[in-house]
Every structure is written in structure tokens, then in C-alpha cells.
Write a protein that binds this ligand. Sequence first.
Ligand code: FEO
Length: 390
Amino acid sequence: MNAVEIKKGIYWVGAIDWSLRSFHGYTTQRGSTYNAYLIIDEKITLVDTVKEAFAPELLARISQIIDPAKIDYLVANHVEMDHSGSIPAIMKVAPNATIIASAPHGVNGLKAHFGDYNYQGVKAGDSLSLGANTLHFVTTPMLHWPDNMVSYCPEQKLLFSNDAFGQHYASSVRFDDEAPLADLLAEAKKYYANIVMPYSAQANGAYKAVLGLDIDIIAPSHGIIWRSNIPDILEKYRSWSSNETDGSAVVVFDSMWHSTETIAKTIAEAFQAAGVPVKFYDLKQSHISDIIDEILTTDYIVVGSPTLNNNMLPPVSAFLTYMKGLAPKKRKALAFGSYGWSGQSIGQVEEQLLACGFTLMADSIRIKYRPTQEQLDNITATIIAAIGQK
Ligand code: FEO
């Protein structure tokens, strides 16, 4: 695939990772891209690079436009290696280039990864003249690393947003009006849930900062470039970063001999009976990063595990650990499970739900061995009553 001109004199020169299926544990069924952008001006400028393994692709696309040795500036909006991994390859062919990164975290992070090059640290509000174009730097610390920043080119009304507004979405097209919008927004949601959610306060700040800019194009570092549906993705970021929920419920469980599964089904049916949309996830069949996608907007989180050797089942523990790290806020929760003799798992699940800062919607549901019909009827009544008390 050739370099793609996205604005006059500005080219996408990134790489497409069609085969990526796991991004440090987050399943990426549609692959991803690492977007880098080349600005042809008096100062030749590369904005971000690509994962190290894709450096030959990056260099080949740059070479379609200009000799890479002519690069004057390399703007590194983010230290994480999916964007910085090819800095050594670029600096090998353009050793006199200056690397622009946030100060101090960006510069220090890049030095720690790649050693000494010619760095120039920038702070919020700094700008850099490239000739006809200018880059204004907006630091976005902890969105999602301390070093993060975005770069705005007012002459082209173009925001290089790095991870913000990105999606893990591999495609032979580059723009949002060339791909199904529903797919892009779904991948943007999954990206937000699995990467950005813990930093929603910062994302909300960045969203508000973007509102103040005159923008024709948002060029993220993953996936599709936004040019026709910018209001849609901005509205999603407003909603997600404001912790807006949709009134739905998620039931997540693992089971050994179907008793906890039977309780899970009864709980899900009770939500349905009460008019609450519900999603049902058996951890033997579902990946935690897909469940978190739903957790981003759900109101009720119900988690069940039987007891195995005095503990909850490991997949339930993994889910709870992952969810706690991603820090959804102000959810209503419930623990449940069947047990044979000791039954510690249910209390452990409840403890983790409380550690997430959730409010318990009812007492935990504990069933010895197999639930009777009477017990299931009581569970239904408990759920419906708890929803009624919201
Ligand atoms: Fe896409 Fe935080 O790197």
C-alpha cells in the first residue's frame, strides 16, 4: 500500500498489522495499524513512528515521498513502543534529526528506551514552526502514560491525537468514510474500555480541549483517520469519559458442574423480566477484554464463582483483577455462587467488587450444591427487588 496524502503535503506513512490478535492481553480481532505521518515543509517532520518490526514498511512509505535522510524533526507524541519502536531505524538514516517529546517524561522515557539522541523537550502550549505549518503541543499526561501529548496543526486544522480516538482496526482504507462507521465506533469503544477507561478524567479534559480547536481531521495513531464523522467520535468520548451508563446489566461467571451457571441464568432472566438489558458471559467462552467492552457502559455487574480449593476459580479472579485495574466507577454489583462445603469464593468475589468501589445491590447469593427451584425463585425475587430499589 502506498503512502496516503491526508492533507496537502501531509502523508500517512504508517504500517498495517493485519495479524495482531493480542495487544498485551486485549484481543484485537480486527488487527491494528500504527499510524505515522510525514509533513513535507521547510522542515521535514515525521509525527510518531511504528512498532519496531514494521520499520521497513515505514521507511519504504517515507521513501515514496522523500529521502528519509532529509527528516529534520521526529515528533514523538508517546513513548510506548508501538509508536516509538522505529525511532532507532529513523535515527540511523537521519542522525541529525531532532526528536521532539514532552518534557520531562517524554524525553526521559525515550532516553531510557533508546539512549542518547538529539532531543528537544516541549511543554504544554509550546509550538514549533515547520515553515508553512506549525505544530502546537498539548500535553495529555496519563492519557494513558505520563508522557502523552497530542500535536495540533492549525494551518491544516489537523490534530495528531496519538492513542486518543484510536481503534485497533486494520484496513486497506484510511478514512472513516471508507469503512463501516458502526465497526469503527465499536472498536473505538473497545479501545477506550481496555486502554483509556482508568484515565477518564484526563480523557474528559482532552475532549474539552479538542472542542476548542478548529478541526478538519483527527489523525490518531491506531486505526482509521476521522474526517467525516468527527462529531460522532467526539460525542462518544464525551459520553465514555463522563461515565455515562445505559441501564444494562452484565452477568459474568465460571462454573464447574453447572450450579453456578444455573444461578447465573436465573439472575440474567430476572434482569430481563425487570426490563433491564443484560449480557451473559461464561468465562470459559468469553475473553475478559470483550467483557470489559460491555462494562464500560453497564450499570449492574454481577459476578459468580463456585469454590475450588478454598478459592474462587482462577478465570473469575483474572476478570476481577483486570476490571479493578480499569476502574469503572459507580456501579451496582452482586456476588454469587454455589459451593459444596466451605464456600469462600463468594465472599472473595464480594470483597473484590467492594475493592472496585462498587455498591452492593443485595446480599451475596450463596447456594450449597445444586439450587432448588424454590431457591431460584428467591433469587429472581431478590434481583427484581434490588432493581426496584435503585
Ligand atoms: Fe498505542 Fe499507548 O500506545
